[in-house]
Design a protein around this ligand. Structure first.
Ligand code: SF4
Length: 414
């Protein structure tokens, strides 16, 4: 999409992401303490320091995939001996780091002083960050987050908070900077406010036709990964809501002749966003929501906003550690999905089986059975890797998607 044809929120998104990467490189060059973090490590903690900046390898990998260089970066890692079965985010990141970010749209990430991973989404992340630890000789801090087959227990929360305190102490010792709890609190407040706007943006999917597509929401997730905790983060989502609301009021919908409302389960197919959304729109179908985007700012078993109460920011960060879907047990995952499918009046679910993200995909067959048998929602399983375009067939995917639309028609006729 050209800059000219973009909405204001689209242009602002480009600016927020571009500024974030430029600022990261510039501050690193001027001597800021640089941390590479896993997606779920609370970035707000780093905003509690005067001069600590962070980069998110998973987010950087997604950007590479969306900009069409995912396969190129994967191949570099494969030439180093990493298996094609390994998570494509990990391959992209390792490949990009191997030559200093030569082909990356952001010139890679600046060299870190500290690596911080966690194991709540998947244990692969820990091994992946260990590769960097060995290659660059940089310390690796691991946050151990218990899985949540039920709502988080008090003792687990305390265990996580203790590790946050250890992390803060580690950064203080390594960087010589002092942590400021008030700054972290302000960052958490900004995150909370921005996510409230994000939830409002997602709620435009309740309109008929839907005011958004899940593909819009995939793209609009980026500030959550590069700018959360900042005033720019709040401003961006405020603008996005304002603009979306106006478009809905003016009767401008992404799929005006919407006949089928679908729901997506798994990571975004970064290399197929435009092609898949336009292919579906031609069939009168819109993917109106996704587990991937709905879980931001929530706690397990619900996609409702978990609001910050203005108290201890470490408590809030610990409580929301399990917001993503991967660590949820079958019951919690099914519960939240059923609620959102009902709320959005969804006709069918697209389970995007993704062999390179096993944690997200491993329970999908059971989830599919649950949606069909227990809740009577037609569904289909497609194969698509989130970032490696070689592991995707447009033809077979659309054959299956069309079969889903036929199932929906058959259900309507009955
Ligand atoms: S395997 Fe999945 S959850 Fe783990 S790092 Fe890769 S994309 Fe993330």
């Amino acid at each position: 999409m050209s800059e000219k044809s973009k909405t204001s929120a689209g242009r602002h998104l480009t600016k927020v992401v571009g500024d974030a990467y430029m600022d990261l490189h510039a501050r690193a060059a001027q001597g800021a303490f640089v941390v590479w973090i896993a997606i779920n490590v609370p970035a707000e903690l780093f905003l509690g320091f005067e001069n600590v900046v962070y980069g998110v390898p998973e987010s950087h990998a997604a950007l590479n995939a969306a900009k069409g260089v995912g396969v190129l970066q994967c191949e570099k890692a494969e030439q180093m001996g990493y298996s094609m079965d390994l998570c494509s985010y990990a391959r992209i990141d390792i490949g990009s780091e191997s030559d200093g970010g030569k082909d990356s749209p952001t010139f890679g990430l600046p060299k870190p002083d500290l690596l911080v991973s966690d194991n709540n989404n998947c244990s692969l992340l820990v091994k992946w960050f260990d590769v960097h630890h060995r290659r660059m000789g940089v310390p690796h801090f691991i946050i151990d987050v218990p899985f949540c087959y039920e709502p988080q227990k008090e003792k687990d929360r305390k265990y996580i908070i203790q590790q946050f305190k250890d992390l803060i102490r580690t950064i203080e010792e390594m960087s010589g900077q002092k942590f400021n709890m008030d700054k972290a609190m302000a960052a958490v407040s900004n995150t909370n406010e921005g996510i409230a706007h994000w939830k409002r943006f997602l709620s435009f999917a309740q309109c008929r036709p839907s005011g958004i597509t899940a593909f819009d929401s995939f793209v609009q997730m980026a500030p959550f990964l590069v700018a959360r905790g900042t005033p720019q983060f709040v401003e961006h989502y405020k603008l996005l809501v304002r603009e979306t609301e106006q478009r809905v009021q003016e009767g401008k919908f992404p799929v005006p002749d919407e006949k089928y409302r679908l729901f997506w389960d798994n990571i975004a197919p970064w290399h197929q966003l435009r092609k898949m959304s336009s292919g579906l729109a031609k069939l009168g179908a819109n993917i109106v929501g996704a587990t991937y985007t709905s879980c931001i700012g929530t706690v397990e078993g619900s996609f409702d906003l978990f609001s910050y109460d203005g108290g201890d920011p470490l408590e809030y960060c610990a409580r929301t550690q399990n917001c993503y879907m991967c660590p949820h047990g079958m019951k919690l995952r099914g519960k939240s999905m059923q609620a959102v499918v009902e709320e959005l009046n969804v006709d069918g679910v697209v389970f995007a089986s993704n062999r390179s993200c096993k944690p997200y995909s491993v329970t999908q067959l059971d989830q599919q059975k649950l949606m069909t048998d227990q809740f009577g929602v037609p569904s289909v399983m497609i194969d698509v890797d989130h970032a490696d375009a070689r592991k995707y067939s447009e033809e077979s995917t659309f054959t299956r998607l069309e079969a889903l639309l036929e199932q929906i028609e058959a259900k309507r006729a009955a």
